[in-house]
Design a protein around this ligand. Sequence first.
Ligand SMILES: *Cc1c(COP(=O)(O)O)cnc(C)c1O
Length: 395
Amino acid sequence: MPIERNSPDRRGYFGNFGGRFVPEVLVAALDELEVALEGAFADPEFWAEYHAVLRDFVGRPTPLYRVGRLPGGERVPVLLKREDLNHTGAHKVNNTVGQALLARRMGKKRLIAETGAGQHGVATATVGAKFGMHVDVYMGALDIERQALNVYLMELLGARVHSVGGASQTLKDAINEAFRVWAARVEDTFYVIGSVVGAHPYPYMVREFQRVIGDETREQCLQRFGRLPSDVIACVGGGSNALGIFSAFLADSDVRLWGVEAGGEGVESGRTAAALTAGSVGVLHGSRSYVLQSAEGQVRETQSVSAGLDYPGVGPEHAHLRESGRATYVTIDDAEALAAFRSLAAHEGIIPALESAHAIAFAQRLAGQRGADDLVVVNLSGRGDKDIAQIRART
Ligand SMILES: *Cc1c(COP(=O)(O)O)cnc(C)c1O
């Protein structure tokens, strides 16, 4: 059973952020989820099964690997938490395993999910196949065109992919559709959200299903080096891989926590996905946090070379960690992320996801300011196989 650390208050707030901004029809469903969650989290058998699935199906624990040749990291120990080695190639499956087990415990027979780039859809379809649950995935019509391979993959895994129209025909519309579908059939349907976003209790629940990353990292650091890291770095889209690794170090005030947002073409250009850095306080997808929006509150189009970071909001706990000063948020632009992608591939033999390349780029910069006694840990959230065609087309 996890130790209660930094839990939201009873209304689902982390400081000034979070909460539940949803239509009346969903309040009962969120209440039901919250009760089931509390029961599951207090049940050692639930966690035992979760960890057994992560061990045998996902391949955990993932290694904490010291790189030796990465430019910038020659003098300073730089360690990669290898979430890229998980089954399905990223951290997202930790969360979908947890939510599928919870859905089964609640007697729900059908999983629904929304997806932008398709990664969360694939992770949900994967656990649907494993646990024998029906999966419906909602995806913007434009994204279906752009991510044809992931659509095919989801169908191969037995999921049904539904095309969603609307103004943008992307993730924003897909999320609205998933909420609508959930409200229409809450009795047998479980909505699997892919990051630490949405109405309470989702941000808290998803963090708890990702904290395994941080718990393992902490233990591996102490075992191998006899000390905690000086710095922990992770990229931030919605923020789940970052909170997953941060959560184990929140109480260790000497460990500096760095969240790396996608600068896109540069924060000043306005063509960015850095919600904390360039956004303002607002409500998106059921909770209060930072949002990229116009002065009138219209959600802005976002821009990032990595589809997984291309989201106009950010999880409420990150807004809180920034406001409290416990974590620091920086940006890395498209060009810097692309250079880090090539750098890790050519010098270490590891091809990172473009999302994770943002964290690598910042680690290279930070390592220049650190010494041999420091330990810089980077969460390598996923592998880059999915990005090869895109990289190749740009050159
Ligand atoms: C989806 C994704 C992300 C962004 O999501 P978070 O919730 O911010 O972690 C980062 N890296 C990879 C590899 C992803 O697939």
